[in-house]
Design a protein around this ligand. Structure first.
Ligand SMILES: Cc1cc2nc3c(=O)[nH]c(=O)nc-3n(C[C@H](O)[C@H](O)[C@H](O)COP(=O)(O)OP(=O)(O)OC[C@H]3O[C@@H](n4cnc5c(N)ncnc54)[C@H](O)[C@@H]3O)c2cc1C
Length: 442
């Protein structure tokens, strides 16, 4: 692709008088075309750019990403529990994006898939031969009445944002007595286990601090189940019953009243029924959606606003030169970084084949995983496919709370992410799983 740069420079110089003045009117239209354009430099975008920029060489791949920092979001569960700091979870974007890819530090604001172009918020048009969309999920905190104001007051936190995750641990430390409430919204979310992981961590924290008998712990979830996969849901029901945690299914947080420290939940089966509950601590998982910019491009998305890709090949249903990876896609599996890892290898193979004019043939099995941290030293490692069948790496019952799995989550997964996945080397545990099961697993 040939870069085009048009620079018009008009200089009018007055040579009259004792001083000379220069007037420049400059119109710069940067228009560059790339072999591969990647939108979003998060887990999926960064890994994809690493693979393809090393294969295609410098100047062929660009990543459009506005953020200064890249965060390893799964660590925020531990940050909220005081086991890691927010600083531990992030690195400057400049350090993690691949050196051979151009970084366009802008937001995508428009798509033109028929003409292979996107627009960024500084007015640039960027052309591409192939496009990978990895824009993640948008957090819609403002859809809960009173919540933005409530974040300004004590006791309200959310592990889902770097802005509010430190407030979770502050709320835990300052807890005296009363209700500790944990919510799960009425939308798809990333890491569906995270809203309850922090609840188990909090319960253990209260015990360690001698405050457990002063805390009433309640989980309010919009879902009709505690967890989507029965094997792990059964194990979690045991945990909540043993630890005397109250579960309220089909209840959605709709309002927070910071002045009276009350949370209002709607009964989704009887929408007129609202329940107002006092809180000493409230952990909010916000409603989420595909990013507005994507939702607004009807040619690219399904009815729910997610990028319309083939769930097995990750290729767009209507534009064969467009692929998707991660949370912003319509792939019907739980949205996690582990799923992104599993998709990486499929995307690498299928995009390569498409670049050679061939048909995609690699198939994504829907692998996803959720390390369900149940305290300061235990974890249930849920791993499953897009049909809800367990797809476990280890040859033992992973529905059991284990210390080993906790250390894998806390100590092994971060380096696997930073060094392996973001550099394009980690494509999920498929081969480890096969080896562990002596070749008998999928
Ligand atoms: C609290 C919490 C706990 C989690 N726990 C786990 C876990 O234990 N295990 C696990 O596997 N996963 C976990 N996850 C989920 C995991 O972090 C995500 O599923 C994963 O990051 C998704 O990758 P992605 O590339 O799709 O999106 P992201 O990594 O979110 O990246 C999206 C990128 O797109 C950029 N972007 C957005 N809009 C634009 C725009 N208009 N233009 C350009 N760029 C844009 C963003 O800045 C961002 O960098 C957790 C997440 C959270 C928040």
């Amino acid at each position: 692709m040939i870069p085009q740069k048009t620079v018009q420079l008009l200089a009018v110089q007055s040579l009259k008088g004792t001083s000379s003045k220069a007037f420049f009117s400059t119109t710069v239209t940067n228009h560059k075309d790339y072999k591969l354009l990647v939108l979003g430099g998060g887990a999926g975008g960064c890994a994809t750019a690493a693979k393809f920029s090393s294969k295609l060489g410098a100047g062929k791949v660009a990543v459009v990403e506005p953020a200064d920092m890249h965060y390893y979001q799964p660590m925020w569960t531990l940050v909220g529990g005081g086991m890691k700091t927010l600083e531990n979870s992030g690195k400057p974007m400049s350090q993690v994006l691949p050196k051979k890819a151009d970084w366009i530090k802008q937001k995508v604001v428009g798509f033109d898939p028929k003409n292979n172009k996107v627009t960024t918020d500084d007015g640039q048009e960027i052309g591409y031969e192939f496009l990978v969309i990895a824009l993640g999920l948008q957090l819609n905190y403002n859809q809960i009445k009173g919540l933005p104001e409530a974040f300004e007051t004590p006791g309200v936190g959310s592990n889902y944002s770097p802005l509010y995750v430190n407030k979770t641990f502050e709320s835990l430390k300052n807890f005296k007595e009363g209700n500790a409430l944990f919510s799960f919204p009425n939308t798809p979310v990333k890491c569906a286990g995270a809203p309850q992981k922090i609840m188990y961590i909090s319960e253990e924290y209260f015990r360690k601090q001698g405050k457990r008998d002063k805390a009433n712990i309640e989980y309010y979830t919009s879902l009709p189940v505690l967890f989507g996969i029965k094997k792990y849901a059964d194990a979690l029901w045991k945990v909540v019953n043993e630890r005397k945690i109250n579960i309220n299914l089909r209840h959605n947080l709709v309002e927070v009243k910071p002045d009276s420290r009350e949370a209002v939940f709607q009964n989704l089966d009887k929408p007129d029924e609202l329940r107002t509950v006092k809180y000493e601590m409230l952990h909010v998982t916000p409603p989420m959606s595909a990013p507005d910019v994507l939702k607004n491009c009807s040619a690219l998305v399904n009815e729910a606003g997610f990028l319309k890709v083939n769930k097995e090949t990750l290729q767009h249903e209507d534009f064969p030169n467009i692929f998707g990876i991660g949370d912003c896609t319509s792939v019907p599996t739980a949205k996690t970084a582990a799923a992104v890892a599993g998709q990486c290898g499929v995307l690498r193979k299928n995009l390569n084949l498409t670049m050679q004019g061939k048909k995609p043939e690699s198939i994504y099995d829907g692998y996803t995983s959720c390390p369900l941290v149940t305290g300061y030293s235990t974890c249930i490692l849920a791993e499953f496919d897009m049909n809800g069948n367990p797809l476990e790496t280890f040859p033992f019952n992973q529905a059991k709370e284990r210390r080993t799995m906790f250390h894998m989550k806390k100590d092994m997964m971060p380096p696997m992410y930073w060094l392996g996945m973001l550099n394009g080397y980690w494509e999920g545990p498929k081969y480890v799983r096969k080896a562990m099961h002596l070749g008998l697993s999928k």
